[in-house]
Design a protein around this ligand. Structure first.
Ligand SMILES: Cc1cc2nc3c(=O)[nH]c(=O)nc-3n(C[C@H](O)[C@H](O)[C@H](O)COP(=O)(O)OP(=O)(O)OC[C@H]3O[C@@H](n4cnc5c(N)ncnc54)[C@H](O)[C@@H]3O)c2cc1C
Ligand code: SF4
Ligand code: SF4
Length: 485
């Protein structure tokens, strides 16, 4: 959109990050993901695949060749289990387990799996393990840990050989207080995962060959931290998968970019502090959600754009949302004012004398998040939410079941759900203000001059400031007493 040339360096052979290599395909269908990636690439993005920054290309080289650099490295390294024996060869991180599955290399598990965690990653691990199923008596090279660590692949599996996998998920908190969403916990239970709360692993019991044979636990009180004395017990297992946090792979990248926790700090514009020309966003700042990373990416793209044209970056809106900007809309419709306008984006500057901006302000970012108390709720009838359906998988059909679980809306349902939007803070052209103004001060903008957000105008020579228009405006779009001129 801004017209800058962009090159993406990607260490893997496919783009998509955690959506491609972490989140299982029955949550994010890969054809949909690939379609979205292709749509972005078609805008003219150059890619350099299988190129690891810090190893295949240095930061100094990037600095020389490009005007700005964005670190969107994610946090794709899993934390290992910080207890004695945690280095056992069959102790693999949740992200490594899921990566091997998502690359199609891991086709089954062998023997009992214990996953330690309680968050969303651990839920993904156990539900993948249940779907993959168990095959016993495999050659040494086909044990899951070899597949995961050695970048090798299982041969295509004869599905009739798979049996239900024995999968235990443990967490330190009570099950009710696990960080994963209740719906996810219910799904895992239904799919045959055994979940035990208030357990803390204290030692991996290893055999002479360095492989774990069991995991030793202690039981915890309800608070999830006080150890119950004498409660130690061992659970035999073939694979241990800690899903207890993520870290950043910083190989070859100068340590001065990273904070003491191994992540990269960001200022409010998502610039790396004291590193002009370097920007950062997503999990490498703090592991969170896709929406967080995507939202930050929108902001950082603007920041980089400003940086490249030498624009002051200090003036970001207080709340960073995609707000409606009337001036942008007017430009889109060739209705932009010809004269220079000097108060763009300045809340408190009225435009009642200008013939292009109505309802006082062309930039309403300051009002784009409004409290519900500013809505006139009497205008709206209650409409039930259109709930999305789930394909419920259970213990009998989980094996080999990689169908998408969430059933998306039909076009009709999507429209119905979108119809519940109350347009908070925006004018949705209901005419209430025109009808109820006792002074006929509010009038509709001429059709050939109107556009979204420029629907009604006020004649301030007639207005007596009675507040009625603001009171009857269902969306809270009208705010009184904001002008200073
Ligand atoms: C198992 C799991 C399940 C999740 N489920 C959900 C979910 O259901 N919903 C949700 O909202 N979020 C979920 N998340 C979180 C979500 O995946 C992340 O927040 C999001 O992917 C972060 O995006 P990102 O672009 O910052 O990093 P990533 O998606 O991790 O992408 C980083 C990219 O940088 C590349 N890269 C890294 N280092 C280099 C280098 N040196 N050189 C070149 N390329 C490099 C990587 O290969 C990767 O492509 C989940 C996370 C995990 C681990
Ligand atoms: S404040 Fe009263 S008079 Fe003024 S525009 Fe609103 S309804 Fe009309
Ligand atoms: S009452 Fe509010 S939403 Fe309705 S037309 Fe007037 S400004 Fe727009």
């Amino acid at each position: 959109k801004q017209g800058h040339a962009v090159t993406v360096f990607e260490k893997y052979e496919k783009l998509g990050g955690m959506m491609m290599y972490g989140i299982p395909d029955y949550r994010v269908p890969r054809d949909v993901l690939q379609y979205e990636i292709d749509r972005i690439l078609e805008t003219g993005v150059e890619t350099k695949m299988n190129t690891k920054v810090g190893v295949d290309v240095t930061i100094e080289e990037l600095e020389k060749e490009y005007d700005a650099v964005l670190f969107a490295l994610g946090a794709m390294s899993g934390r290992s289990l910080p207890i004695p024996g945690g280095d056992a060869t069959n102790c693999v991180s949740g992200v490594a387990f899921l990566e091997a599955y998502n690359q199609g290399r891991l086709q089954h598990i062998t023997g009992k799996v214990i996953c330690i965690g309680g968050g969303d990653t651990s839920i993904d691990v156990v539900s993948v393990a249940r779907r993959l199923g168990n095959i016993d008596n495999v050659p040494e090279k086909d044990r899951p840990e070899h597949i995961i660590f050695n970048d090798t692949a299982h041969d295509v599996v004869d599905t009739s050989k798979r049996l239900g996998a024995d999968v235990l998920l443990t967490t330190r908190s009570t099950i009710e207080n696990m960080p994963a969403a209740q719906e996810e916990i219910d799904d895992a239970n239904r799919e045959g995962v055994e979940i035990q709360g208030q357990l803390q692993p204290i030692e991996v019991i290893k055999g002479e060959d360095g492989r774990a044979t069991a995991l030793r636990f202690v039981r915890l009180e309800d608070d999830g931290s006080t150890v119950i004395e004498g409660s130690e017990f061992d659970v035999e297992c073939e694979l241990i998968v800690p899903a207890i946090g993520q870290g950043v792979d910083n190989e070859g990248i100068d340590g001065s970019f990273f904070n003491e926790r191994g992540f990269i700090d960001a200022d409010r514009n998502y610039q790396v502090p004291n590193k002009p020309g370097f920007f950062v966003c997503g999990d490498v700042v703090r592991p969170h959600l896709l929406t967080t990373a995507i939202g930050q990416a929108g902001i950082v793209a603007e920041s980089i754009g400003d940086y490249l044209i030498g624009k002051d970056q200090s003036a970001r809106p207080k709340v960073d949302v995609h707000y409606f900007d009337l001036m942008e809309k007017l430009n889109e419709w060739d209705l932009a004012p010809s004269e220079e306008y000097d108060s763009a984006g300045t809340p408190g500057k009225a435009t009642d004398k200008a013939d292009y901006a109505v309802h006082n302000y062309e930039d309403r970012s300051f009002a784009s998040i409004i409290p519900h108390t500013e809505l006139f709720l009497g205008h709206f009838e209650h409409e039930d939410r259109v709930a999305r359906n789930h394909k419920l998988v259970n213990v009998d059909n989980v094996l080999g079941n990689f169908d998408e679980r969430l059933i998306g809306y039909t076009a009709e349902e999507a429209q119905q759900e979108a119809g519940r939007c109350m347009s908070c803070g925006l004018c949705f052209e209901c005419d209430n203000c025109v009808m109820y103004c006792p002074q006929d001060a509010v009038f509709k903008v001429k059709k050939d001059e109107s556009t979204l957000g420029r629907y009604v105008d006020t004649d301030y020579d007639k207005c007596i400031g009675c507040h009625i228009c603001a009171d009857v405006c269902p969306t809270g779009y009208i705010q009184m007493g904001l002008g200073s001129d």
